[in-house]
Design a protein around this ligand. Structure first.
Ligand code: PLP
Length: 444
């Protein structure tokens, strides 16, 4: 069909009107092209980019090197090799020392030899390999749930699961310190999203009492161990609340699987409740399980639903790679067979927390977990302390605004089962000294 010039113009007008209506355009006539500011189409003027440049300038002004994207050249464990020097390492999640473990590495290599480096399709079409079901079975057994489903990314697990399961008529109540992946999943769902004050279950109950009845599904979203503060929510009370308010409970066990409970089975084991009491038990494969990917463990009805329909989880996305599946499977099995790793991790975490407190460091609400923050409360002091520690052979990351509020700037120590007591003692002493020096610098 050939259109006349007038018809073509009319079509373009229609299209523009439609785009304006759907994109919430600026006023009736829109902006004249000449008035569209450069920051709308030049990446150099993006606010986030500008704030990075300003952070870089601050680092140059106070003469500290950029602590981000440091490249390491061996396995991340209690030590880490950077630029040909070995550092004591507190910036990795290799909690129970299974990344770099010979059996885990062999399992991954054998999987590559057998299945290649990619499964080359989404699982639903023809990317399924036996390792997927074996891994999911092992995870379900580990957490005591009916089934589990593995995703290619931990971050993506939260985004896809929340984004897929909930919709505009639903209510999602998430802890204010929920990881960005959980918050992004809540936003993607289009559900009404309410953030409740961190671990304040009285506030959560008040919100449920006021809002539950106005929505179809409701879900409480929290974490097993909070990744910034290293504290743990009151699971039995959360279970009681979700039952009384006919809601669901989702717990992100990224940092609690493998670390909490006598055998590392996570927050449910820590509190002595069955894993099946958590409706949506999320975990990552990238931390205790020495791999990359994520999972949801729960009822067979939940996992089958996600397996067939969650976009970007299993559907519309390639299956977990053979090497990652095999490494995670070997790690889950090895951890189940060697609970002593969890015991060592717990002893190390308790020791470091005690040493930090004895050194009068502010460790916030951290308890019973391998995440021990040292809150410094000033990003410049924080950068300086991290840099001094690096010079003294300790690798620990500063967490600054916007990851945390400026007054909560901190160093975040991830403890592993591989650390030795003398490494922890040395580090606590060094942190105390570096902080005193940074504060003295700041005051002068
Ligand atoms: C609490 C929490 N959830 C989810 C994720 C995402 O997991 P992954 O890094 O495996 O994608 C992280 C990452 O650190 C996390 O801390």
């Amino acid at each position: 069909m050939t259109l006349t010039l007038e018809e073509k113009r009319a079509r373009v007008r229609d299209l523009l009107t439609h785009n304006k209506a759907t994109a919430g355009a600026v006023g009736e006539a829109g902006r004249a092209l000449a008035e569209i500011p450069e920051e709308y189409y030049r990446f150099e003027l993006w606010p986030a980019y500008k704030s990075l440049l300003s952070q870089r300038d601050t680092m140059a002004r106070i003469r500290v090197a950029n602590p981000y994207f440091r490249c390491h050249t061996d396995v991340s464990r209690d030590t880490l090799r950077i630029d040909d020097r070995d550092y004591l390492n507190f910036s990795g999640y290799n909690y129970v020392g299974l990344s770099g473990d010979a059996e885990v590495a062999t399992a991954a290599k054998e999987a590559i030899d057998r299945y290649g480096t990619s499964v080359s399709a989404s699982r639903i079409v023809s990317g399924e390999i036996p390792l997927h079901a074996e891994l999911e079975g092992a995870i379900a057994q580990f957490h005591g749930t009916e089934d589990a489903v593995a995703f290619v990314s931990g971050y993506g697990t939260n985004v896809s699961t929340l984004g897929y399961l909930f919709g505009p008529k639903d209510l999602l109540l998430h802890d204010s310190l929920t990881h960005n992946s959980g918050v992004t999943g809540c936003k993607l769902s289009g559900a009404r999203r309410i953030s409740f004050p961190h671990n304040d279950l009285d506030a959560l109950e008040a919100l449920l009492a006021e809002n539950r009845g106005r929505h179809e599904r409701a879900c409480i979203v929290t974490e097993g161990v909070f990744s910034m503060d290293g504290d743990i929510p009151d699971l039995p009370r959360l279970i009681d609340l979700k039952k009384r308010y006919k809601a669901l409970l989702m717990v992100d066990e990224a940092h609690s699987a493998g670390t909490l409970g006598g055998r590392g089975r996570g927050i449910a084991e820590h509190f002595g409740v069955p894993g099946g009491e958590i409706d949506i038990l999320m975990g990552t494969l990238s931390k205790s399980f020495a791999s990359c990917g994520g999972y949801i463990a729960g009822s067979a009805a939940l996992t089958m639903n996600l397996r067939y329909f969650a976009p970007g989880g299993v559907l519309y996305s390639v299956g977990l790679s053979p090497a990652n599946s095999a490494a995670a499977l070997a790690a889950v099995r090895k951890l189940a067979a060697q609970p002593g790793r969890v015991e060592r991790l717990r002893a190390n975490s308790a020791l470091f927390l005690r040493l930090a407190k004895e050194a009068a460091l502010d460790t916030g609400p951290s308890h019973d977990s391998p995440i021990v923050p040292v809150v410094i409360g000033n990003s410049i002091h924080c950068l300086k302390v991290a840099e001094r520690l690096f010079a003294r052979g300790i690798n620990v990351q500063p967490m600054l605004y916007p990851a945390v509020p400026e007054e909560a700037s901190r160093l975040r120590f991830f403890i592993t089962a591989l650390h030795r007591p003398e490494q922890l003692e040395y580090t606590a002493r060094e942190v105390r000294q570096a902080l005193a020096l940074a504060r003295a610098d700041g005051a002068s």
